[in-house]
Each structure stands twice: as structure tokens, then as C-alpha cells.
Design a protein. Structure first.
Length: 346
């Protein structure tokens, strides 16, 4: 039996309550690996609600902010250091250490880097990652899409594993309602303002769910709030139950990203509900959305509005089938398990 440490970020509990796609993936992966016979230990904040064996005596950043309000800028780094100390003390207990956080773990692992795997859940085309990869050429890195892998040095590449989610988290909805949906952070990377304009151009109401981005709080007030109205409703943050209801009842999910999206978890959450995705041709989108099958890949607001008017021609049952074939947590776990075996074999 392989013994694997899954090291989650310290921003949100695992699984997250609302926003927190990385924490959701880590929990689904860990649960699915356990079902495959892997001995999993989860390193995650103390406010995590999980039945997985867990290590971590300190709360998440989100819990600290809820308790204290704004915290000192160094708190995230302090939480990471405390987590990595807990990992250091137990390092000999694991065959594979799978890290989903930022940078410091690579230095801590030292000679154990060869039996580690790092999954980067963010873009990799900026200076911080360039410095990181250059300094740790012996660190195996798993990409979450081919688009992301293109920015990872060849020496670090360990393989590509698309995300997956629990097969039964979202129920299939054969008959949608009149509205379309947007789910994501209210930020200029995700462009909820564009989603509202596209829905209006197609003559359809839109419901938007998601948190207001703490890194760019003015964006919502400046760019989104003025566009809200009877046909454009902001629901606030949505948990799994609310998200399932919103996505499942929607004619389509609008995904008008304005950045090199490394994956885009909400796309497969929509597909799990049978809801087609209309997404901009950036980052991982062409890998995730099968044009004309699970949605439409577009390049402009006009193209998106045209696609939205045609979305009823897509078979929602086929959308769900493709989710089951491509994007379940079990498939993700099997892919990662194959990478673990390859690393141990080397």
C-alpha cells in the first residue's frame, strides 16, 4: 500500500465552505485515492470538516479573518511554515508527498524531492514561477492542463492530470429553466460583467454566484453592480447545494475568462449537471469544452450571444455522459496514482 501525504493550502478549510477550488480538488482526490486502497494523510487546517486522517493544529486563513478581521500580511507565510514543520516531523512516514501549496515545500523536501509531486493550481507564466522552477529543476510538477504544462520547464514535467470531482455531487437536470448562470469570483479575470452583457444580448436572464474578490474589491462595485437588475441577479457566495441548484437549472454556464485559465473547475461542475458551457478560447478551455458537444468555445461577446441562442440544440444527457467519462474524481485519482508509481519506479 502506498502511503501518500496530501498537503493542502492553508487559505480555506478542506473541503471549502464556498470559494476554494484547490481545496475542493485536494479533498476529492484524497477521498478517491483512499477508495483505491491508498493510505492518505491530509495536511490541512484545523477547521477542516473531513473524515480523512488529518494533520494540522492551526486554523485556515479564512477562519482567522472571520475571527479577527484583517490580519497581518505575514499570517499566510506563518501558517505555511507551521504546516511544513508538521510535515518535516513526519516525512519518513510517506512514500509520496503531494503538495498543492506555494513554494517553501520544495526547500523542505530536500533529498525527498524525487518522491514528491507538486500540483500548481494557478498560472505558471509569471516571474515567481520562473524563479521557482529554475531553482528546483529536480522537483516533479504535475500540470492540470496541457495549456498550463506549456509554461512548465520540460525538466520539471511529470505529466498532465485534469481535475475531477465526486461523481454524485451534482445531480443531472434534464429540463433547465429560463436563466443562464455565472459562477466564480467577482474579478476582472473571470469577467462577470461580460457574462451579464452576453446574456442580455441573447435576451436571457442571468443569475450570478460567487465571492467578491478580496484582492480587487472595487471591481464588483465599479463594473458589476451597475449592470444588475431584474434580469441580472447577484446571489452572493454559493455553497455546493446552492451551486448545484444554480448550475443544474441553468440553460448554460457562461465562462468569459480574461486570463490564461489553467483549468476552470466550474466548467466540469456545470457538465456534471448536464449544463453546457459557453467559454472563451483561452487557457485550458479547448481541452475541457468539446465544441458542439458539451458547449461552445467562442472568441467574442457576439459569438457567445449567438452560441447562447443555439444552446438548446445540445443534448444535456450527452453533456453528463462526457463528464462521467472524463472528469470524475476516480479518474483523477487513477491518473495521479499512475504518476506516483512512475516516480517511485524511477
Amino acid at each position: 500500500m502506498i502511503r501518500v501525504a496530501q498537503v493542502a493550502p492553508n487559505i480555506f478549510p478542506v473541503p471549502p465552505n464556498h470559494h476554494g477550488g484547490t481545496e475542493r480538488v485536494v479533498h476529492d482526490l484524497s477521498t478517491a485515492l483512499r477508495s483505491l486502497g491508498v493510505e492518505v494523510t491530509l495536511f490541512a487546517p484545523s477547521d477542516s470538516a473531513t473524515d480523512l486522517p488529518r494533520v494540522g493544529d492551526y486554523p485556515s486563513l479564512a477562519a482567522l479573518e472571520q475571527r479577527h478581521g484583517r490580519v497581518a500580511a505575514g499570517v499566510p507565510a506563518a501558517l505555511d511554515a507551521l504546516q511544513l514543520e508538521a510535515l518535516r516531523l513526519r516525512l519518513p512516514e510517506f512514500d509520496i508527498v503531494h503538495c498543492h501549496g506555494e513554494f517553501a515545500h520544495a526547500a523542505l523536501l530536500g533529498a525527498a524531492r524525487g518522491r514528491s509531486l507538486t500540483t500548481v493550481h494557478w498560472r505558471v507564466d509569471e516571474l515567481d514561477r520562473a524563479l521557482f522552477f529554475a531553482g528546483f529543476p529536480d522537483l516533479p510538477v504535475a500540470a492540470i492542463s496541457a495549456a498550463q504544462e506549456a509554461g512548465i520547464p520540460e525538466v520539471n514535467r511529470a505529466g498532465i492530470v485534469h481535475h475531477g470531482i465526486a461523481r454524485d455531487r451534482y445531480a443531472f437536470h434534464a429540463e433547465p429553466e429560463a436563466h443562464v448562470a455565472f459562477v466564480g469570483r467577482m474579478t476582472d479575470q473571470k469577467r462577470p460583467d461580460v457574462a451579464i452583457r452576453v446574456a442580455r444580448a441573447a435576451g436571457m436572464p442571468i443569475r450570478l454566484g460567487g465571492t467578491i474578490d478580496v484582492g480587487n474589491p472595487d471591481y464588483f462595485d465599479r463594473q458589476v453592480r451597475p449592470l444588475l437588475g431584474p434580469d441580472a441577479t447577484y446571489l452572493g457566495p454559493v455553497d455546493d447545494r446552492q451551486k448545484g441548484a444554480l448550475l443544474g437549472s441553468a440553460r448554460a454556464l457562461l465562462f468569459p475568462i480574461d486570463w490564461p485559465e489553467p483549468f476552470g473547475l466550474v466548467m466540469i461542475e456545470a457538465m456534471a449537471s448536464g449544463t453546457p458551457v459557453i467559454a472563451w478560447n483561452r487557457g485550458s478551455v479547448p481541452e475541457i469544452v468539446e465544441d458542439g458537444v458539451t458547449g461552445f468555445v467562442v472568441a467574442s461577446e457576439d459569438e457567445a450571444a449567438t452560441a447562447l441562442r443555439s444552446v438548446a440544440t445540445l443534448d444535456r444527457a450527452a453533456v453528463r455522459r462526457r463528464f462521467e467519462e472524463r472528469f470524475t474524481a476516480e479518474r483523477m485519482a487513477r491518473d495521479y496514482l499512475a504518476l506516483y508509481h512512475r516516480l517511485l519506479g524511477r
